[in-house]
Ligand binder design. Sequence first.
Ligand SMILES: Nc1nc2c(ncn2[C@@H]2O[C@H](COP(=O)(O)OP(=O)(O)O)[C@@H](O)[C@H]2O)c(=O)[nH]1
Ligand SMILES: [Mg+2]
Length: 280
Amino acid sequence: MTIQWFPGHMAKARRQVTEKLSLIDIVFELVDARIPASSRNPMIDEIIKNKPRLLLLNKADMADPKITKEWLEYYKENGVHALAINSQAGNGMKQIVSESKLILKDKFDKMAAKGIRPRAIRSLIVGIPNVGKSTLINRLAKKNIAQTGDRPGITKSQQWIKVGKELELLDTPGILWPKFEDQEVGLKLATTGAIKDTILNLQDIAVYALRFLEENYPEALKDRFNLEEIPEDIVSLFDEIAKRRGSMMSGGLIDYDKTAELIIREIRTEKLGRLTFEQP
Ligand SMILES: Nc1nc2c(ncn2[C@@H]2O[C@H](COP(=O)(O)OP(=O)(O)O)[C@@H](O)[C@H]2O)c(=O)[nH]1
Ligand SMILES: [Mg+2]
């Protein structure tokens, strides 16, 4: 999957979400708990308008629990309904249903008062690529409907998935684009694996990640790479990591690309523990 968004793609993605909005009661906006701001679509408010929304911080199992709590408090203070979930393990699935019922209580009460027969809440998942949309759909459906990972999905007509008696979900999610203009946002998306490495320079990503770790998670950095102290300059830090891991070229020169790749891979596979890259 290479994400190359062009204005045409963006317009199409936007149109597809807009078309589905009329069918549903609530939008589940999926973001990555490690980068709750950077993994949002910059135009989401404009696209969704005043359709009721539940923000889902997915991959919470990979995020720093302390900061996730801060994000949830921040959303609460700002009147945003939000939950931290783990779609892979299925944590938070029941809360999605109960929170949706709460958000839509007034609407459904009014419908009942008009004598309209009670029905299930209709929902749609939206989010940027790789945030876990297909994984969440499969979790809620309790079977494999959507393709996960890097494989391209097979296009088929959309259908409603029943999630118990109270919720229905469109089986094709709305795919949105991330923010690209901001360099730091791009680096965060790359560090967490939301966008392919080929878009940005591998060493740039690793330098960003190391500086971030140095600042925010120095102990994790030291522990993982057996460092007594973190060297002042970034090249020395690279060198130390490379030497410890033997990522050298012939002649004893440091292989910086290989070292960068190793650093990024270990962050993505949680070898440095649970990390969050931005705070509210
Ligand atoms: N650790 C963890 N991994 C997840 C979670 N949700 C999805 N993933 C993984 O993230 C990757 C992308 O998921 P996918 O559902 O294909 O994302 P989509 O592009 O939004 O449909 C897959 O490798 C999933 O296994 C989660 O809550 N926790
Ligand atoms: Mg998918």
